[in-house]
Design a protein around this ligand. Sequence first.
Ligand SMILES: C[S@@+](CC[C@H](N)C(=O)[O-])C[C@H]1O[C@@H](n2cnc3c(N)ncnc32)[C@H](O)[C@@H]1O
Length: 448
Amino acid sequence: MSEGISKQLVLPKGRGFGLKDGVLDKDAFRKVIPVLAAQVPAEKAGILLKAPALKRSLIDVAKVKSVARGPNQDRLVLLKFTNEADLPPEALSFLHSESAELVSHELSFDYDYWSTDEVIHAILPEELEAGAPSGFAAVGHIAHLNLRPEYLPYKHVIGQIVLDKNPTIRTVVNKLDNISTQFRVFSMELLAGEPDFVVTQSENDCRFTFDFREVYWNSRLHTEHERLIHKFDKDDLVADVFAGVGPFAIPAAKKGCAVLANDLNPSSHKYLTLNIAENRVGTFVRPFCEDGREFIRRAFNRAWDDPLAPVPLPKISRSEQKEIRAGQRPAPAPGPRRNRIGHFVMNLPDTAILFLDAFRGVLSRANTDGRDLSGLYDENSMPMVHTHCFTRELEPEKAEVDIRQRVEEKLGHPPGEDTTYHWVRSVAPQKEMYCVSFRLPPGVAFGS
Ligand SMILES: C[S@@+](CC[C@H](N)C(=O)[O-])C[C@H]1O[C@@H](n2cnc3c(N)ncnc32)[C@H](O)[C@@H]1O
């Protein structure tokens, strides 16, 4: 019976199966299972597959086709039995009536048949089987594991299995420490595959290239990137204080926004610049490589002194182009260059709130070298500041109180009534990530 065949295909769990001297022995996974098959001319195979009398006798094993090639162009319709005596009488008489010959057929299985998880559970010893690593994060062609210490003796075998079984993966790495560096990168070791750490990853219809060892990237932030980009209007000018390799800046620019994008990490800056070029948004994004505080202090003056490209003109159809050439309609005129910042994005959750004091007096004449920007920024046109942060408070109300208090402390002013506190994700059991969005209070920006 195929239940019997399926059972024979279950790998033993937690028995160190398929390991020889700590090395993966792929030959151990080879298996041959004999089954009965009904041999018929090719044109009859369909009749057998659809016959009610055979319904409960056809093979039903994952990843095994019901029909195999037989001799002389014949087809073998595979059955779930090994012995003829086990075939139900109605199946047997139907096969006789169709002049089908019962033959023996061998099903061959090898290492490729089983899934990543099945093989990992098989190679581990009993005491490690229950909590076996399952799944991985993929960034471009890199699979990124975070193995617990007890699994480290098996790290290369596990890496090899992940590599073998996932065709899009060329490199498997294990994370070595927690992100604690200034540039939010972590060290990693190569477990299997090529030592190639420069990946290309798609997100929000843009392509990002970067060295995974040198810059911050987290595919789990995909929705958060999308959420904020959605909030920007296409005519907005956005200032991204901690831009990384551009997951906010570049899709925003593709949408039509003008962007000042900054990151202090020289490698992030290098790949940000490359990604701006590769995504053809150079007209709309200006990259900088400086400390976030300095960037905030200079952003308003930069936009004022050297405004950014106007909103891209809408695409016009061929017939409209013709009409323009014929003077039957006016050519669309570009809008004004953009000099008023509408949004600040500050995704450095560990410390972004600490940078908020940079907004104090940022529009005062002392900081603008005497420029008067009060005509450009009023109560309703002050930029929105989207600040990512962590909190240990798990309840939303308490998280809000905690975040508001820390923001107020740095701004020297309470954030406005319309401030929103958006829960982004749980980062660890006692650590939540939020994005607090508020309109920069004029009293803070124009204050001394
Ligand atoms: C959490 S990452 C966010 C990157 C990107 N915005 C994203 O969403 O993936 C924070 C970024 O801030 C940069 N960074 C850290 N300290 C900085 C500072 N003082 N000034 C500017 N950038 C800084 C890091 O290099 C890193 O790329």
